[in-house]
Write a protein that binds this ligand. Structure first.
Ligand SMILES: Cc1cc2nc3c(=O)[nH]c(=O)nc-3n(C[C@H](O)[C@H](O)[C@H](O)COP(=O)(O)O)c2cc1C
Length: 395
């Protein structure tokens, strides 16, 4: 066992929440809060987790479940587990291994990794690191030319699907980031950075790794034609200049012939737009409570979208997944699979590759035990009969 895996072994890390204090200890405040925080009052961020308490489980006891089958199929791909790794921008700030480490860990357990446009590693390297499927999450940063170039690179590299995130017309205001000087530290002048530097200097271990890794780099997958890789500027400004519309989906559809996933749907109306745009899958998501605060927690929006889609596309969800039982509840409410964001990113921040591997192991073991305790032999057999539905889930 390596030192890093010992640091996240039981009993120090027993559940996903146990990674949080370890991540907080390793990272400068500005990076930890970027990972941990949400928009404005963080109401949706909190509700994303809390809402799972509204759904209680209905076990079938005294049933022998000898084999427990955790497999599922997403977009025609066989996954060993019903959770995928969500796109998490700036993962390389959390640990130099960043997106490469996360993709590798996903492949090792037989699931898919979704690479954010805001990646510190080249998409070709991320694909090569995983033995499983990798999807590319697209923001239109850098304009259409840059997007078309990255779509073409993703096709050549062998990415399995394109995930278009639609909930970022502008970046949400994450108040912790403003207070910590995230923007200044990433793209400001030395003078602008100065007031915020003490929090970075307070974590010399992280700082040494960060500097050896090359510090703040341009985005290797956003190559603006005639200009080269886009510098890591103020993300709010970059996203505001890159709003995606349903009309854009037409040229995106023409540029990418593989499956398209629309991420960030919370209403039946948007689900229908996504179907009209030719989406093969939809992710019910509020971006982990990081965009518009005060929207429904994802689980609560799920039944409305499942009803509207009515089997015409696959419905995934993300937001608040921290335990195997959360995965089970989302699937009982109609999701084919879920995405987890912070659940693995806390692990990455706490202990790099070993931390992601441990996070995925915790979720896998948790999920299998939950199914056995429910008396359910497989993910495929989960349905509404295994939960007590709250009123909001009756669609
Ligand atoms: C630090 C961080 C960065 C994120 N970056 C992106 C991104 O670049 N693109 C995207 O579509 N979603 C992004 N998300 C949202 C996640 O893909 C996912 O929707 C969310 O994390 C799910 O909630 P959870 O963290 O509670 O699992 C990010 C989330 C976090 C926590």
């Amino acid at each position: 066992m390596t030192t890093a895996s010992r640091a996240v072994a039981s009993p120090r890390v027993v559940c996903i929440q146990d990674f949080r204090p370890l991540a907080r200890r390793r990272l400068p405040k500005v990076v930890f809060d970027y990972l941990d925080g949400g928009a404005e009052g963080e109401v949706t961020l909190r509700e994303n987790c809390r809402v799972f308490e509204d759904v209680t489980l209905r076990p079938r006891h005294a049933v022998a479940v000898s084999q427990c089958d955790l497999r599922t199929r997403v977009l025609g791909l066989d996954l060993a587990l019903p959770f995928l790794l969500a796109p998490v921008g700036y993962s390389r700030l959390m640990h130099p291994g960043g997106e490469v480490a996360a993709a590798h860990a996903a492949g090792a357990v037989g699931t898919a990794y979704i690479l954010s446009t805001i990646s510190g590693h080249r998409l070709e390297d991320v694909k090569a690191a995983s033995s499983g499927p990798v999807f590319y999450q697209l923001y239109l940063m850098g304009g259409r030319g840059a997007a078309e170039a990255s779509i073409e690179r993703a096709r050549i590299a062998g990415f399995s699907a394109l995930v278009v995130t639609i909930d970022t017309a502008v970046a949400g205001v994450r108040e912790r980031d403003v207070r910590n000087g995230m923007k200044e530290l990433i793209s400001g002048t030395l003078f602008a950075k100065l007031p915020f530097l003490p929090q970075v200097l307070a974590k010399p271990g992280w700082l040494a790794n960060f500097l050896v890794d090359g510090g703040v780099r341009p985005l290797p997958n956003v190559v603006v034609p005639g200009q080269g890789p886009m510098p890591l500027v103020d993300i709010g400004a970059a996203l505001a200049a890159a709003t995606v519309t349903w009309a854009d989906l037409r040229w995106i559809r023409a540029a990418w012939r593989g499956p398209i996933v629309i991420k960030g749907v919370l209403t039946a109306d948007d689900a229908r737009h996504a179907l009209d745009a030719g989406a093969e899958a939809i992710v019910v998501s509020n971006h982990g409570g990081r965009q518009l605060d005060g929207v429904s927690p994802s689980l609560r929006a799920l039944p409305e979208v499942v009803a509207a889609v009515n089997g015409r596309a696959e419905v995934l969800m993300d937001g608040g997944i921290r335990r195997g039982a959360d995965v089970v509840k989302a699937i009982c409410l109609g999701a084919r699979a879920v995405l987890c964001g912070r659940a693995y990113a806390y692990g990455l921040a706490a202990a790099g590759p070993a931390g992601v591997a441990r996070a995925l192991e915790i979720l896998r073991v948790d999920l299998e035990r939950t199914l056995r305790l429910l008396g359910c032999p497989s993910i495929a057999a989960l349905d509404k009969s295994y939960v007590n539905l709250p009123d909001w889930a009756r669609h």
